[in-house]
Design a protein around this ligand. Structure first.
Ligand code: GAL
Length: 781
């Protein structure tokens, strides 16, 4: 097995690490641009190993430590069969840097699983508990010359930190594995003496032409100064205002925003708010905060965005990836939001069951994907100390994320955990104090939801697994008189225990049908604000109904490659923007010698489908509107029975608005199948904090995934980067496709070439250029 640790020689490490000395920090990134201040990514090389006595001392013998890049996971992982024992331990990360005499330095860690102790030059400077929220650490003891930042990472289960529950009698896992590491970005900054600690930009009266922006700017220390805010959209200033700092706070409104373009799921127009702190002509600090003007209302009669009814259509997302655990760079995190919004047509995602990466949330803002964000937790509540951590998590989550227009509700209850009303009243009240603009909620369990009065939240949310009792698929009726949202459904609790591309066609089709039915039922009744099904991507788990260490509940797999159930989601978008024709069956005569048979399903947003076998008309498909009366685009049914021994080519033509909008061909002839090796991006930054996925798959000659393919694919990579993978892919185990990630080293631009070889399907390559600047990990249009 290859590992997620970049392979780099010690000599290479020492040469490369010199390029990012702390003394050479550059001004202007991470939102701050105060004179003399600057921020540097801490993603490039660190030294890493198992915890050892004395490992935080400046003079510790580092010869047994390995060079690694952040974000980083402490253990090599495969795509399946993770073993918690491999990360549930203590670890040490050490970073050498050159300090200067005059500057004041601060480090920021976006996420460390699970607990961290930060030491500078042998002195303990901070501790932090909990793996899903950021923390900042002042580094007061930086000396001119060499300094050592040493971070002890504790990934043991026995920590009294949500979502872990060490004092319960239960097993030492919950439904999702949480591999340890400094698994999100880290930065270090030379910070100014007067610094903005926080800016909350809250849009007010959004739907009225007199709308304004209410600003609360908090400084780290009292100062005599003025704060100015300039609101800009599409590069143009719309309005500005200023106010003096009183104590440590400046609070004021920016009016005159009648011309602002509203933020919406279809048109996610953002604004930049440039906040500047000035004393006379001196600029003390500056920060650019992004926001968007939208009104989101959950009502007993449904959800309304900017006054327009919107049925929330979505999925839950876990943040785990093959090989790297949670430690995937920002670009990869952003890609999940693109898949959800652009490929699966979701208007909402639930970040289950913890705050997710800032990069993911930024992408949700840019793409128009609404977000439910919730505190870490799963199933049960711990003791008083554990509940105090809930409060700290509410505070850190809302302070970090309240400027994201995509977030429309805070989950202040622990997922499916009873807790006490008093406890949830505290989390809810804290949330409303920190952000009066959004409602609170919490996903209730099937077993208890019906009895819950809902007095501590504004939105009643329910994980509806009613259907597990058998019989026709159903949802609970909405609770009258309160805003009601279905936060989970289906998963592996309805229908089969696992949904894999290797499972029988009928099982995979069942998953697609259940997702379609759940959304159809939610669409049938205006009182459902919407439905977020379980779930977007498979995730590693050792809990009930996991199979071989994975919960195969996703409509896409752990590699983010769609399963047939994803075809239902893909088919729910505008056909004139992207016409979709996705057979719910495989056009493959190995497992089905006479074809898919009668009443096979095709997911499509077209008005009409015409079928052809070897270019001979084979009739039109029948709409399944009667089965799904409320879906925007119901699927079609076709009878496709082929004489044994024949393997004709299938062509499907799709028509919308009276014209042909899509034509797809599918080959039944496996002898012409090929290997695909396709990167998501062709240019990356060689700064140690970038990566892209490469999908390796068996394809028919028209480019459709051949899920029934078997055999091994051998992978080799050349160039200055790490291949984040298992060395081979077993197509028979993954269902004809898998993915690996390419991760350039810091400071050494070049070309990464991945070669994939399969005995029968041949050879395919992917080439990615890495440059000093690269392309931003931005959203592709
Ligand atoms: C729910 C839970 C999810 C997941 C799901 C199983 O009860 O909230 O996290 O475990 O069940 O499919």
């Amino acid at each position: 097995m290859a590992d997620s640790v970049p392979r780099l020689s010690r000599r290479g490490f020492l040469a490369a690490s010199g390029a990012a000395l702390l003394g050479a920090v550059v001004a202007g990134s991470a939102g701050h641009a105060a004179p003399g201040a600057g921020t540097a990514q801490l993603g490039d090389f660190w030294l890493f190993g198992r915890y050892d006595d004395g490992c935080t001392d400046p003079g510790f013998d580092e010869s047994d430590l390995d060079p690694v890049q952040l974000p980083h996971c402490v253990t090599p992982l495969s795509w399946t069969g993770w073993d918690p024992a491999s990360w549930q331990d203590r670890w040490i990360y050490r970073k050498h840097f050159t300090g200067t005499a005059s500057d004041r330095f601060r480090a920021r860690f976006d996420g460390v699983l699970t607990n961290a102790e930060v030491h500078l030059n042998g002195e303990l400077v901070a501790t932090h508990e909990g793996g899903y929220l950021p923390f900042e650490v002042d580094l007061p003891g930086v000396v001119p010359g060499d300094n050592v930042l040493a971070v002890v990472v504790d990934g043991r289960w026995a920590l009294d930190v949500p979502p872990n529950l060490p004092r319960s009698a239960g097993p030492s896992v919950i439904d999702f594995y949480q591999p340890a590491g400094i698994y999100r970005p880290a930065t270090v900054a030379a910070v100014g003496r007067t610094r903005l600690a926080d800016v909350f930009a809250q849009p007010v009266d959004v739907l009225s032409p007199g709308r304004s922006l209410h600003l609360t700017c908090t400084l780290e220390a009292p100062v005599t100064a003025e704060v100015t805010a300039s609101v800009r959209q599409a590069g143009r200033e719309l309005a500005r205002a200023a106010a003096p700092v009183r104590g440590t706070t400046a609070e004021f409104d920016v009016g005159g925003l009648g011309a602002v373009r509203l933020w919406d799921v279809e048109d996610p127009a953002l604004c930049d708010v440039v906040v500047t702190v000035r004393a006379g002509s001196a600029v003390l600090d500056q920060r650019i905060v992004r926001t968007g003007f939208r009104e989101a209302r959950f009502t007993p009669d449904g959800f309304f965005l900017n006054g327009r009814r919107l049925k929330l259509f979505g999925l839950n997302r876990h943040q785990w990836y093959p090989f790297a655990g949670g430690a995937m760079p920002d670009r990869v995190q952003r890609r999940d939001a693109e898949i959800l919004r652009r490929e699966l047509n979701c208007t909402m995602v639930r970040c289950s069951h913890y705050p997710q990466s800032s990069a993911f949330l930024d992408a949700c803002d840019e793409l128009g994907l609404l977000v439910w964000e919730e505190i870490p937790g799963w199933g049960r509540v711990g003791d008083t100390a554990w509940q105090e951590q809930n409060l700290r998590d509410v505070s850190a989550m809302i302070t970090r994320d309240r400027n994201h227009p995509s977030i429309v509700v805070w989950g202040t209850r622990v997922n499916e955990a009873n807790g006490t009303t008093a406890m949830y009243q505290r989390t809810g009240q804290l949330a409303r104090r920190l952000d009066p603009s959004r409602p609170t909620s919490g996903a209730l369990a099937s077993s208890t939801g019906a009895r819950y009065a809902g007095s501590d939240v504004e939105v009643l949310a329910y994980n509806d697994y009613t259907a597990r009792r058998g019989g026709p698929f159903q949802l609970r009726p909405p609770r009258p008189g309160v805003p009601y949202l279905v936060t989970e459904s289906i998963g592996t609790l309805a229908g089969a225990r696992a949904y894999r591309r290797t499972d029988p066609a009928a099982t995979q089709q069942q998953q697609a049908e259940l997702h379609a039915k759940a959304h159809d039922l939610a669409a049938a009744d205006d009182r459902y604000c919407g439905l977020l099904a379980w779930c977007a991507f498979d995730y590693p788990s050792g809990w009930q109904r996991s199979v071989g260490g994975t919960k195969f509940a996703g409509v896409a797999d752990l590699f983010r490659i769609p399963k047939p159930a994803a075809a239902f989601y893909a088919s729910q978008g505008d056909p004139l923007a992207r016409a979709v024709v996705e057979p719910g069956f495989a056009w493959d005569f190995t497992a089905q010698p006479t074809g898919p048979g009668r009443n096979a399903t095709i997911w499509s947003n077209c008005d009409r489908l015409e079928l052809f076998l070897d270019d001979h008309p084979a009739g039109a498909a029948r709409s399944r509107r009667a089965d799904f009366p409320h879906l925007r685009y119901p699927p079609f049914a076709v009878d496709l029975v082929v004489p044994r021994g024949q393997r004709p080519q299938l062509r499907i033509d799709g028509y919308a608005a009276g014209r042909l909008v899509v034509s797809r061909r599918f080959s039944g002839d496996r002898s012409r199948d090929v290997l695909g090796c396709v990167p998501d991006d062709t240019e990356l930054r060689a700064d140690g904090t970038d990566a892209t996925r490469v999908v390796v798959s068996a394809l028919d000659r028209f480019g459709t995934l051949r899920a029934g393919a078997t055999g091994k694919v051998a992978l080799t990579m050349t160039g200055p980067g790490a291949l984040v993978d298992d060395d081979t892919i077993d197509l028979g185990a993954t269902g004809g496709a898998a993915a690996v990630w390419l991760r350039p080293f810091a400071g050494t631009p070049g070309t990464l070439t991945l070669t994939a070889r399969h005995e029968v399907l041949g050879t395919a390559t992917a080439t990615v250029t890495t440059t000093a600047s690269g392309t931003a990990g931005g959203t592709r249009s």
